[in-house]
Design a protein around this ligand. Structure first.
Ligand code: GLU
Length: 422
């Protein structure tokens, strides 16, 4: 564990280790979860628009299949490493188990800055990823979905390439597809929507009410923008937003739909007309708000800056945004952290609903999916709270993250016992 050079992997392994100890599970459970079942590392050659061939590094990590086929997104990001991908796959194992889904955990990645590629180059890369990895993918084997840097268009190219290779339409092998290819209309906003539901439930539970509370959001991509949108629909006031271009702070409230338009048209929230702005990409984390949502990437709240957080509640829309040291500092100050595996599960829950419809050749419509998604998020939240209460009777220092992990580990442990792995 100490050999990991990735902070994210250290964070995730520490989290699982704590869960195994607090839950009183056998050491063997940690051994099984501390390493992925299978890692496939590939190279993907792409002919660039200028005629050169560029070779990209790609991965698919299949972390644990105790509960079913591997499930998790594919990330296109210039700094992603294999160790990060392993950590993200392990988080999917925990997240899927906690949500009660019939899935194990997986994650894919390509080291690339997708914004630097032309549309044709991006298509070549997406198809190349599937050509390199199709033999380990499939609707009952490993089902990728979107993650940072990938979107419905990328998933469409992938499902098209996969279907051509298999010689049959295979929509259930990928989720996050456009609606015309079997996608679920809620999937595109599902992670942010789920975050907003959990924000409301957590505010009612820990801050007494959600009425008129303020929220600051770091990251305005697929997760942060929809988190802000749905939170404002639910009555929260969004007072700060940060993204790669900087921070906007407006105590009278940011108009989220306008902010989304500005980001679509200019590439950053920094150009939002109104409020105070700065070039600090983490400004929202320290804003004067009741709730702060790190919705960008991992390792944003660390031992160095955790003391600067003024909010009383942290809701993790990103995967792994808080290091264990930061979490300890926040806990000492009485700040509750709603962990990623609970807060941002809306994306994979919606992917599950999409997959269920695909395997049944059925489409039940947006309303029905949204209400199923909301119900599943609420029941995950309540179940985790129940576990937290029981856990704290034995271990006063247990956090809400510990409770979520213990609940997830229990299901994994029981499935492994039935299978004869433990
Ligand atoms: N990328 C999403 C996550 O981190 C899940 C992707 C999927 O739908 O499989 O939870």
């Amino acid at each position: 564990m100490s050999e990991a050079s990735s902070q994210l992997l250290r964070t995730v392994l520490t989290t699982i280790r704590r869960g195994v100890e607090l839950g009183g599970f056998p050491e063997q459970l940690y051994t099984l979860l501390s390493k992925p079942e299978r890692v496939v590392s590939v190279t993907i050659p792409v002919r660039m628009d200028d005629g050169r061939i560029e070779v990209f590094e790609g991965f698919r990590v299949q972390h644990c299949s105790a509960l079913g086929p591997y499930k998790g997104g594919i990330r296109f990001h210039p700094h992603v490493t294999l160790e990060d991908d392993i950590a993200l796959a392990a988080l999917m194992t925990i997240k899927n188990s906690l949500a009660g889904l019939p899935y194990g955990g997986g994650k894919g990645a390509v080291r690339v800055d997708p914004r630097r590629l032309s549309r044709r180059e991006l298509e070549e890369l997406s198809r190349g990823y599937v050509r390199a990895l199709h033999w380990v993918l499939g609707e009952m084997l490993d089902i990728p979905g979107p993650d940072a840097g990938t979107d419905p268009q990328v998933m469409a190219w992938m499902v098209d390439e996969y279907s051509k290779i298999r010689g049959r339409f295979a929509p259930a092998a990928f989720t996050g597809k456009p609606v015309e290819l079997g996608g679920d209309p809620v999937r595109v906003y599902a992670t942010g929507f789920g975050c907003a539901i959990v924000t409301k439930l957590a505010a009612e539970e820990f801050l007494g009410s959600s009425k008129g509370l303020t929220i600051a959001i770091q990251g305005f991509g697929n997760v942060g923008s929809w988190h802000a949108y749905w939170a404002s629909k639910m009555g929260f006031k969004v007072v700060a937003v940060s993204d790669i271009g900087g921070t906007v702070y407006d105590p009278s409230g940011i108009d989220v739909e306008r902010a989304m338009r500005v980001v679509r048209e200019t590439g950053t929230i920094y150009n939002y007309p109104g409020g105070e702005r700065s070039r600090d990409t983490r400004g929202a984390l320290y804003a004067d708000a009741d709730i702060v949502a790190p919705d960008a990437l991992e390792n944003q709240l660390t031992a160095e800056n955790a003391r600067l957080v003024r909010a009383r509640l942290v809701v993790e829309g990103a995967n792994g945004p808080t290091t264990p040291e930061a979490e300890r500092i926040l806990a000492e100050r009485g700040v509750v952290v709603v962990p990623d595996v609970l807060a941002n599960a809306g994306g994979v829950v919606a992917s599950y609903l999409e997959w269920v419809q695909n395997v049944q050749c059925w489409s039940w419509g947006e309303e029905e999916s949204r209400s199923r998604l909301a119900k599943m998020m609420e029941s995950n939240f309540r179940r985790t709270l129940g576990v937290w209460g029981r856990l704290r009777e034995r271990a006063a220092e247990a956090t809400l993250r510990d409770a979520a992990v213990v609940a997830a580990l229990q299901r994994l442990h029981d499935a492994m016992r039935w299978r004869g792995w433990l």
